[in-house]
Design a protein around this ligand. Structure first.
Ligand code: NDP
Length: 331
């Protein structure tokens, strides 16, 4: 029997780790979905800082070459044998493993995708699957934000930061955000930050101390890492929570356990993957994000869109701190 010719699609591939120029626009072969799998034609692809870590080798990809990307929304165009509950034409979203969303089409395990409500556009959904679900686990599960809490959010105008400030504000917290420019400060204010600190111009530890009258904050959500980590610990009140969930400026220096002792601090280094391990967790987390968009608690800022072929430019802009809100690639 003659084999059908392999189907080719366009995708971004990394052959050698490096700068944004490592992202190459190429033809790749795509197969048919196997058992439990679907083939999805992507409509919108979210860009996340984690994509930069993989491109540079801060996190190791499982194989080389690889297609980066951990978030997309698309239409189901083929369904694997025996699979029920997924139909051709369904609009679905996913975030996390497997990597490979920077592509016109991809094969995904059906259990990894969630249906997108028809009221939410693919571009909006692709901007909040990874960042919005991260926000959900950060403010609702990792540390539960409550009325009366004062919280510190670094990179408050970023993709996650924008959603985090809005959600925490809605939960009744006093939100202090850090940003690197005037424009980002204005956005952070608009997203519900009660106090915004430009950490390029001001010492954020001193400012937090002033704002809280020396009491410190209940929790720091720190995704900047190396440049802010020590200062973040200094901003915490007694028995405060240090949530170190990223390293946009580099990996923080190692910390002796004894550094937590003077204030009896808590420290965690969480990941979305481990907070959406089960199908129920995934559906609940995504469901809460979509509900918060529908009710207006979250206004999604899609501040940058690029053609998929220009992913390298998106990475260059993200890494040089030029972007705010979410970045989406359009195939
Ligand atoms: P952002 O849109 O937040 O972009 C990163 C921002 O970090 C920049 O805009 C910049 O804001 C700030 N920043 C500070 N120092 C640097 C630096 N040296 N280089 C680059 N940026 C810097 O990205 P995302 O929303 O995609 O992700 C935010 C963070 O959250 C990342 O660290 C990411 O790894 C982490 N994350 C972790 C998850 C987890 O499960 N643990 C899941 C999702 C995201 P400014 O200019 O205002 O300083």
């Amino acid at each position: 029997e003659a084999l059908a010719p392999a189907k080719m699609v366009k995708a971004i591939r990394v052959h050698e780790l490096g700068g944004p120029e490592a992202l190459k626009w190429e033809d790749v072969e795509i197969g048919e979905p196997g058992e439990g799998e679907i083939r999805v034609k992507n409509k919108a692809i979210g860009v996340n800082f984690i994509d930069v870590y993989f491109r540079k080798g801060v996190y190791k990809a499982q194989s080389m070459p690889f297609t980066p990307g951990m978030e997309a929304v698309g239409e189901v165009i083929a369904v694997g044998p025996g699979l029920t509950g997924r139909n051709i034409g369904d609009i679905v979203a996913y975030a996390g493993n497997p990597m490979g969303s920077y592509a016109e089409e991809q094969i995904l395990p059906a259990k990894k995708v969630v249906p997108v409500p028809s009221s939410i556009s693919p571009v909006i959904a692709a901007s909040v699957m990874l960042k919005g679900m991260t926000t959900q686990f950060l403010v609702r599960r990792c540390f539960k934000v409550e009325p009366g809490h004062t919280i510190l959010v670094h990179a408050a105008a970023g993709g996650v930061g924008s959603l985090l400030c809005q959600w925490a504000h809605a939960l009744g917290a006093t939100v202090i955000g850090t940003v690197s420019s005037k424009e980002k400060a204005a956005q952070a204010k608009d997203d519900g930050c009660h106090h915004v600190i430009n950490y390029k111009e001001e010492d954020f530890v001193l400012r937090v101390n002033e704002i809280t009258s020396g009491r410190g904050v209940n929790v720091v959500y720190d995704s900047v890492g190396k440049d802010t980590f020590q200062g973040s610990l200094a901003c915490l009140k007694t028995r405060g929570y240090m949530v170190s969930f990223g390293q946009s400026s580099g990996t923080p220096d190692p910390l002796p356990l004894s550094a937590l002792a003077p204030k009896a601090l808590f420290l965690t280094r969480p990941s979305l993957m481990l907070y959406t391990e089960t199908r129920d967790e995934l559906l609940e987390t995504a469901g809460e994000v979509f509900a918060n968009i529908a009710s207006g608690v979250l206004r999604v800022r899609v501040n940058h869109t690029y053609p998929l072929s220009e992913a390298a430019q998106a990475h260059a802009d993200l890494e040089s701190r030029k972007t705010s809100g979410s970045i989406v690639l359009i195939p």
